[in-house]
Design a binder for this molecule. Structure first.
Ligand SMILES: C[S@@+](CC[C@H](N)C(=O)[O-])C[C@H]1O[C@@H](n2cnc3c(N)ncnc32)[C@H](O)[C@@H]1O
Length: 307
């Protein structure tokens, strides 16, 4: 199949670089599959690569809990209308989504974790500390708790725990103290305001290192707001139960906390002879891909096959 679209034609803010897509296409053998589920379809960039490889009679089910991303995905996947369905749901509910569609088994499943460039660059979503925006960070806008709620209501102890557990942040307690002090004057309501408070809590010599001081704090809050790690292991188990024999599951993770869960879940399923692990070591992006898209540098892909 020829080139189906060219990246510059997609509006930049609607774009997401599909990380490790060549490896996903190959290891999930997308060109041989009939029924594929993208559990984190985002704006559909990876799905577009799938369509370049998929057989004409193959079908894709796309899931995401971000309704806005799904709207963008629907537009981006327009040329393939009739060959996919999109559903707004947490991937924890993948079994329910497939049941509603009357599907009993699928041939390939992919989870591309974290957030997309589209979400990160949408200032009003509040994911980026580099851009002024409301402290939100909800992937699902129908969810009740936002980053604003956590930052302005949790105790020093609770904030410290989140920053340590989900951000592995060395200065977690000091940052939590600074936040609680700052919000006594007025609630912390914007991304840049929070980034400023975090910066102040950092020792001056450490403020201008390779990584911005707010990086880990924003990661931690995002994980807490979206309860990202809570459902991951169980979702992989549920997804595996929906795979046909010989079908494959792939998970792309972006930090060690996620990868640890993926690794252990695969290991457990392998030891009970449900899965065979295909990637003995996780697959990382090539130097070429990292040069093209520096955001891919921490990505790790693990793939397993249903026995
Ligand atoms: C890295 S992006 C995926 C980008 C996508 N592969 C693409 O090419 O556009 C991760 C996506 O997963 C979604 N997501 C994260 N956790 C989710 C969950 N528990 N259930 C459903 N979607 C989730 C996010 O909203 C985001 O759109």
């Amino acid at each position: 199949m020829g080139v189906l679209y060219s990246e510059p034609e997609l509006m930049e803010e609607l774009w997401h670089y599909p990380v490790l897509y060549r490896e996903v296409l190959e290891l999930l053998a997308i060109n041989r599959r009939k029924l594929i589920v993208d559990c984190t379809i985002g704006v559909g960039s990876l799905a577009l690569k799938f369509f370049e490889a998929m057989k004409p009679d193959a079908f894709l089910i796309g899931i995401d809990k971000d309704g806005e991303s799904l709207e963008v995905a629907r537009r981006n996947l327009g040329p393939f209308e009739g060959r996919f369905v999109l559903r707004k749901s947490d991937f924890f509910n993948v079994a329910g989504v497939l049941k509603d569609l009357g599907i009993l088994g699928v041939d390939a499943l992919i989870f591309d974790l974290g957030i997309s460039t589209y979400q990160l660059s949408s200032t009003e979503r509040g994911f980026s500390f580099l851009k002024e925006g409301p402290l939100d960070m909800r992937m699902d806008k129908d969810a009740f708790v936002s980053a604003y709620d956590l930052v302005n209501n949790l105790s020093v102890g609770e904030l410290t725990r989140i920053f340590k557990k989900f951000g592995e942040e060395r200065y977690a307690k000091k940052i939590a103290h600074f936040i609680v002090q700052a919000r006594r004057r007025a609630p912390i309501s914007s991304t840049t305001e929070l980034a400023g408070v975090v910066m102040q809590a950092f020792p001056p010599k450490k403020r201008y290192g390779r990584i911005h001081p707010a990086t880990r704090i924003f990661q931690a809050l995002r994980i807490a707001v979206n309860r990202e790690l809570e459902v991951l292991g169980e979702s992989i188990e549920i997804a595996t139960s929906l795979l046909n024999k010989g079908g494959r599951i792939g998970v792309i993770s972006f930090h060690s906390l996620e990868d640890r869960i993926v690794k252990h879940t695969f290991k457990n399923l392998a030891s009970s002879h449900v899965l065979e692990i295909i990637t003995k070591k996780p697959v990382s992006p090539t130097l070429g891909e990292i040069e093209e898209n520096s955001a891919s540098r921490c990505a790790k892909l693990r793939v397993a096959e249903k026995l």
